[in-house]
Design a protein around this ligand. Sequence first.
Ligand SMILES: Nc1ncnc2c1ncn2[C@@H]1O[C@H](COP(=O)(O)OP(=O)(O)OP(=O)(O)O)[C@@H](O)[C@H]1O
Ligand SMILES: [Mg+2]
Length: 262
Amino acid sequence: MTARVYAIASGKGGTGKTTTTLNLGTSLAMLGKKTLIIDADLGMANLGLLLGLEKSKVTLHEVLSGEAEIKDAIYNGPSGLKVVPCGLSLKGFQKCNPDKLKQIVPIISDGMDYILIDVPAGISRDGVIPLAIADKVLLVVNPELSSLTDALKTKTLTELLGKQVEGVIMNRTELEKTEINRNKVQELLGAQVIEMIPEDANVRRSAAFKTPVVIKNPVSPASIAFRRLAAKIAGEKFIEDDVKAAKGRFLARLTGKIFKRK
Ligand SMILES: Nc1ncnc2c1ncn2[C@@H]1O[C@H](COP(=O)(O)OP(=O)(O)OP(=O)(O)O)[C@@H](O)[C@H]1O
Ligand SMILES: [Mg+2]
């Protein structure tokens, strides 16, 4: 079995690629899918930070510089998720040969269901390689024009590499009247919006706990959207009733805690 490889890309920085890689990856793992996420943002890595893996000695930097083997850069995340973090130092970045990722991904694909690659923003060489390796490219956009024009460039680049954009994830939607809506995004990018992730303060809160929001608060609005997206990708039914039941359990736990405190 070899994994389906997804590049999580954008164009513009800060749209939510790392958040999506982490929470989509965790949600797939929660569905029992063997999932590995890689931080390929070699210069500005932060996936490891969101999981408390920032002190890891062996990271993608060491692997891409030929100093370590990929098997030693794979760490355990939540719910069986596997994680390849990237180093934070500039020195480590300078030593990297990003082309090496092409050899590494097939090695780690064996026995996995999904590999998600967190792609750096922009159109640098480091960013092009994951697009070229991936089976499928997902674009993470925000409902604003600058994010969409930059995403369009990444889509064009993806097509130049002979790949297709599988779908668009609209992140940080607030459903304001002034916001660019789903249809407009689809029209501008010429690709399907496969999920809308709402603006949700729990995303930042969970980052402070170094825990994906889908674990910290599985029924918060962004978590529900990430879990629905994972079910869609895995071809499984996402049952809203299960969400309601989980919400009930979550509230019961919360009220239980409050009563205990009293
Ligand atoms: N749905 C959301 N609701 C609220 N905050 C969010 C949401 N998605 C992402 N964020 C916040 O937005 C910021 C940027 O997110 P993230 O780091 O995932 O973006 P990125 O595309 O990986 O950025 P970069 O291009 O710098 O790598 C983070 O502080 C994150 O917590
Ligand atoms: Mg990022």
